[in-house]
Design a protein around this ligand. Structure first.
Ligand code: HC1
Ligand code: SF4
Length: 573
């Protein structure tokens, strides 16, 4: 252990601790901007400078390690002035259209200006040449707001193992951008949106599709239906002050009805349907020597990653479309028929924790109803903005139920939202289909939790099924490399592009670096998802009565010709 003092207060911390961490231990918050715990610890922005007795200059607390007997001062006139100068310089080159910025009131730069008591900006002059890039279906870059903190760069490179954005040029000309300053749409970006979650300001945001949805809602000709992704029920409440991971499953239908949707349905229904198809696909491959390991295909960021970086695994991908897309295809065929509505008049909106879903719904493979199966995708953040604009306070909504039939779901559908959930849901069904026996302990805890790569062996009818789960694409890389190099062998793999699975999706409410320092928000939301599951009366996809009815009335059976036509696709290099 190392002993030091911070502003005269004694602290004892393990060797290797930074001054920033030691200060937080005694409740002292040193301001930061480029720092993102575990992801971007580079001491670049100089906002966290402190005085260290005996050191020649001010030191960046986020990278400065403690040492025995060290005396640190965090609040001297020199420190305060240095931080103010740094911040004013950043503001002098920043697009200050704060009231119209998507991050207004949730911006780390704005908050720091308030906390450090900035009253005016002493420096004025030239601004850097900026670029507005909105060609991607998912992500918008506005470099007039970029403060060059590099949090997005580290996230894209290290957390996602993608690395399509970097600082280009030098000095005042520096710009975080894809190679040759191309658009994100022109490079192998997978649309995951993790860079947005890392951005402290409004330099990165999702493509805004709210206008499309407002228009549809106002169109009397349109029958506008909405589906809610599993992970949204444990995150939307955060935008309305309900605390991290608050479960708002039943408040969502009430709020969305008041916004004007004709029917409020649930992607969890689509997830149950996916399990029926994917579970049977797995058994089919297992029994008939098909390509293994089977790899899940519901995360569109992961699919794009596989297409660009691991095409040798494309045949391993499940042919199942994602629950979002299965839902859309069923809505514009089965539901349209059942309700006697012309499918061209149905407008399907998805509310997703994900930015890549905006891209997924526009893929040419996703039109099996004869129309674009899902018309618009809104992130959790976008629907929160729409509700606020309409004066609807989610927190004050009564509990209401989803509509039938596409709003009926099981706990297995809900757990799709957390890493390991698709695997667990599939195992619950595969076990019972294969053995014909009731599964006694339905919770496969071996595939739960926030560890980057999880492995388990599940015995079904005397056969040992080896499964693995990865979340975050850098982890997916590690796992796939192991499989490629024959260092590991599995029957079934789940991969989700985002760390934590969909609960940590790029369209979810954004936490500041300060909050992320102490809070593992993905674990909190993930635990909430498992609580949702525990409280459901039905917890296995094959028990979903609406899914059973869909097979009886329309699809026949899993993997039928009709199922293949509507619910499956192939990804080819
Ligand atoms: Fe997901 Fe999925 S779980 S991909 O993470 O398979 O986005 O929540 O909706 O489609 O069901 C996201 C979440 C979501 C799909 C499902
Ligand atoms: Fe990188 Fe994902 Fe951002 Fe694209 S969306 S730049 S892949 S982090």
């Amino acid at each position: 252990m190392v002993n030091l003092t911070i502003d005269g207060e004694k602290v004892q911390v393990p060797k290797g601790t930074t001054v920033l961490e030691a200060a937080r231990k005694i409740g002292k918050k040193i301001p930061t901007l480029c720092f993102l715990k575990g992801i971007n610890e580079i001491g670049a922005c100089r906002m966290c400078v402190v005085e260290v007795k005996g050191a020649r200059a001010l030191q960046a607390a986020c990278v400065y390690p403690v040492s025995e007997g060290m005396e640190v001062y965090t609040n001297t006139p020199a420190v305060r002035e240095a931080r103010k100068v740094t911040l004013e310089l950043l503001l002098s080159d920043h697009n200050l259209e704060c009231p119209t910025c998507v991050r207004n009131l949730n911006c780390e730069l704005q908050k720091l200006a308030e906390e450090l008591g900035i009253k005016s900006i002493r420096f004025t002059g030239e601004k850097h040449k900026a670029k507005y890039d909105d060609f991607s279906p998912s992500i918008v870059r506005d470099t007039s707001k970029c403060i060059l903190c590099r949090r997005c760069v580290s996230t894209c490179h290290n957390v996602q193992g993608v690395g399509v954005i970097s600082p280009n040029h030098r000095g005042f000309e520096t710009m975080v951008a894809p190679v040759y300053d191309m658009s994100l749409a022109e490079v192998a970006c997978v649309n995951c949106g993790q860079c947005i979650l890392a951005c402290p300001v409004g330099a990165l945001k999702e493509k805004d599709d709210t206008d499309k949805v407002w228009q549809a809602l106002q169109d009397p000709e349109k029958h506008v239906i909405v589906q809610i992704a599993p992970a949204v029920r444990v995150s939307l409440g955060e935008e309305f002050g309900l605390g991290r991971g608050a479960i708002v499953t039943k408040k969502i239908p009430a709020a969305l009805r008041r916004l004007g949707f004709d029917r409020v349905f649930d992607t969890d229904f689509g997830a149950d349907l996916t399990i029926m198809e994917e579970g049977h696909e797995f058994l089919e491959r297992l029994e008939h020597g098909g390509k293994l390991p089977l790899i899940t295909s519901c995360s569109p960021g992961w699919i794009k990653f596989c297409e660009h970086y691991y095409p040798e695994f494309l045949e391993n991908l499940s042919t199942c479309k994602s629950p979002q897309q299965m839902f859309g295809a069923v809505a514009k065929t089965y539901y349209a028929q059942k309700m006697g509505i012309d499918p061209s008049k149905i407008f399907v909106v998805s509310i997703m924790p994900c930015t890549a879903k905006k891209y997924e719904c526009q893929r040419p493979e996703m039109r099996s109803s004869g129309y674009q199966d899902v018309d618009a995708v809104l992130t959790t953040r976008e629907i929160a903005r729409m509700l606020k604009e309409a004066g609807i306070n989610l927190a004050a909504m009564p509990d209401e139920e989803f509509d039938e039939p596409l709003g009926i779901s099981t706990g297995a559908g809900a757990i799709f939202g957390a890493t390991g959930g698709v695997m667990e849901a599939a195992l619950r069904t595969v076990y019972e289909v294969v053995t014909g026996k009731e599964l006694e302990n339905i919770e496969f805890t071996g595939v739960r939790g926030v560890e980057g790569i999880k492995e388990a062996v599940v015995e079904i009818n005397g056969m040992k099924i080896k499964v693995a789960v990865a979340h975050g694409l850098a982890n997916a890389r590690k796992l796939l490399d192991r499989v490629k190099n024959k260092e590991a062998e599995y029957h079934f793999i789940e991969i989700m592009a985002c760390p934590g699975g969909c609960v940590g999706g790029g369209g979810q409410p954004i936490l500041s670096a300060d909050e992320r320092f102490d809070v593992d928000y993905r674990a909190i939301r993930g635990n909430a998802i498992y609580e949702v599951d525990r409280k459901m009366p039905l917890r296995k996809s094959h028990e979903n009565p609406a899914v059973q009815q869909l097979y009886k009335e329309f699809l026949g059976k899993p993997l039928s010709e009709k199922s293949h036509e509507l619910l499956h696709t192939h990804y080819t290099p």
